[in-house]
Design a protein. Structure first.
Length: 608
């Protein structure tokens, strides 16, 4: 049995191990309140203390009263703790356990305090060992005993015990009155129950049962069997009447069913019947009529009344599709869409054109890959038209198949010869019998060297001369070429150079010093210091001369400083033949093409 319901309590826990190896202690903890406690609300008097043993692991847990419960008097009392570990040091002290510490608190978390009312840490007298002056005798009679004034004065200087005693006496009187009232009410209830009982003496039920047995007997007087044998019984007549009524109902229902069936047959014969569905296990033939399916604002019609046979749809787009399974389940492949509001047909998926159904494809148009494979006359292969590039040259990204054909922004055609990413591409050879760079072992040139003039041209010292080369397909450039008609002299070492720039003005290749090579005439194949993997596009061969006398370079025309026909219809930044400002002694890593001026000396140049 625990504390009275509603009492304010707290669980005190702790552990007292040995300081050597942490071995669990045995023993006990004695806890004693500083005075006798009276709970006048719950009618409880707490006197003395108690002990709790240490568990096998040296721990304890005990439920105690909180010392701040306003219903427990006197106020200001505290707990005395007496630690009594076996083979350990005994110690005692005072602590406070208010409800504000929570439901559970560990002893090591509670601070020691001074003894209640000041003074030393001397514990209160142990239970069973009275001390001090003797109190008075206990007088009165149950349930109202009286504590002697001396006893009250000894344990309760605040007088709360007297108050509790008075409250207990009042409570006992109240309970006695309540018990007397309950007994009177119980007697009244029993008299009422007797007078209101249906069979208070137990003989009424037997009489009722005997009467029921007689009235419910099949033949209580022994003459009913004879009468039933001679005359029609009421049960038999009732059964006959019910059978006649059921027969009439059945005949009426049958008549209604027959009339409904005749109506439905007539509607079917006259073509006005509306059926929920038709299931046929054989062929269905519609003779001399159109077949029309209507519903939800849309319809199909198979019409044969016109000049031709028509498959028509109304109200919605018409889709032609095929299901993968034979019961219209699985994957639906939709192929053609015929618009209801426009003369428009869409086809989804690869379209094949064949000479006969199920034959090999002759032409294909594939919207997924974007390739139209057309043409196959006389067993020739298809041309795989794959699109047009917005820039010059073949594709440089994406995955391509051999045979893919692409046109670039200049109108040139490119054919993928090896599949890959981006694959290997080639451009058809120039038409007719015109010479091309490849005919002379070159990759690109500024023009056919056979078109060069008789005298050639010299370079002005300190200028960088730029000659545009058009690379139709990707290639690795190893050399820049020029033809010298006359040698130079007094050439400055380290300042006679050739190189290669891309269309943004970035230098992508440079030769070693050409001062020695340009001191003699002839064809000059000037090696770059490192090969350059060039994409298709525009590049510029660059030449710089410094010294006393410039070599004579092969050129197409030399019409003076202001007459530059080689740059016809071109603007700054896009000139075929141009030069930089003066004072140059090296080929810079970048050059601003828009700042270059057109040049009339159309130098012949090439790359390989």
């Amino acid at each position: 049995m625990g504390f009275p319901e509603g009492a304010s309590t707290i669980t005190l826990t702790g552990r007292i191990p040995s300081p050597v190896n942490g071995t669990a202690r045995t023993g006990r903890i004695v806890l004693t309140p500083s005075t006798v406690l009276v709970d006048r609300t719950r009618h409880a008097i707490y006197s003395g203390g108690g002990a709790t043993d240490l568990d096998t692991d040296g721990t304890f847990s005990v439920e105690l009263l909180c010392d701040d419960d306003p219903d427990v008097l006197p106020t200001g009392w505290r707990w005395h703790v007496d630690e009594q570990p076996a083979q350990g040091v005994r110690r005692s002290y005072w602590i406070a356990l208010p409800s504000t510490l929570g439901d559970t608190v560990s002893l090591d978390e509670v601070a020691e305090i001074s003894a209640p009312g000041g003074g030393s840490q001397t514990p209160p007298p142990a239970s069973g060992t009275p001390s001090g002056p003797a109190g008075g005798a206990l007088t009165g009679t149950y349930p109202n005993p009286d504590l002697a004034p001396a006893t009250i004065a000894l344990f309760d200087e605040a007088g709360s015990a007297a108050t509790a005693q008075a409250a207990a006496a009042t409570d006992a009187t109240t309970k006695a009155d309540a018990a007397q009232s309950a007994a009177a009410a119980d007697a009244t209830a029993k008299v009422t129950a007797h007078t209101g009982a249906s069979d208070p003496h137990g003989d009424r039920a037997a009489a009722t049962a005997a009467l029921t047995t007689h009235t419910t007997a099949t033949d209580p007087h022994g003459d009913r069997a004879y009468a039933d044998d001679k005359f029609a019984t009421q049960v038999a007549l009732s059964a006959l009447t019910g059978g006649v009524n059921d027969l009439a109902t059945a005949v009426s229902a049958l008549d209604t069913f027959v009339q409904d069936a005749l109506t439905r047959v007539s509607a079917i014969e006259n073509g006005t019947a509306f059926l929920n569905g038709v299931h046929s296990t054989g062929d269905v033939t519609v003779t001399d009529a159109d077949l029309q399916i209507n519903g939800d604002g849309r319809a199909y019609r198979f019409r044969r009344g016109g000049e031709v046979l028509d498959l028509e749809a109304a109200g919605k787009d018409l889709l032609v599709s095929v299901w993968s399974n034979g019961d219209f389940t699985g994957t639906q492949h939709s192929y053609d869409r015929y618009s209801a509001d426009a003369t428009n047909v869409q086809h989804a998926g690869r379209r094949e054109y064949v000479a006969s159904l199920y034959g090999a494809a002759v032409h294909t148009i594939d919207p997924i890959t974007g390739v139209a494979a057309l043409g196959a006359r006389n067993a020739l292969a298809n041309i795989r038209l794959s699109g047009r590039r917005p820039t010059a040259g073949p594709p440089t990204t994406g995955t391509w198949d051999a045979g893919d054909t692409v046109q670039d922004s200049t109108g040139a055609w490119w054919v993928c010869t090896v599949s890959g990413e981006p694959g290997t591409w080639g451009s058809p050879a120039a038409p007719g019998n015109e010479w091309s760079p490849t005919d002379q072992g070159l990759t690109a040139w500024s023009f056919d060297p056979a078109s060069c003039g008789a005298s050639g041209t010299t370079l002005s010292a300190g200028f960088i001369y730029l000659v545009e080369l058009l690379l139709r397909q990707p290639a690795t450039i190893n050399r820049v070429h020029a033809v010298l008609g006359a040698a130079g002299s007094g050439l400055t070492s380290g300042q006679c150079l050739a190189g290669l720039y891309d269309s943004s003005g970035a230098r992508v290749g440079i030769t070693a010093d050409q001062a020695t090579a340009w001191a003699t005439a002839g064809n000059k194949a000037m090696a770059l210091t490192a090969p350059y993997a060039a994409a298709a596009g525009k590049y510029y061969a660059a030449y710089l001369f410094n010294g006393t006398t410039s070599p004579s370079f092969a050129a197409g025309s030399t019409h003076g400083a202001t007459f530059t026909p080689g740059n016809a219809n071109l603007s700054a930044g896009a000139y075929r033949f141009c030069r930089s400002a003066s004072g140059q002694t090296a080929l810079p890593s970048t050059i601003t093409l828009a700042s270059c001026t057109p040049d009339a000396n159309n130098l012949w140049s090439a790359a390989s």
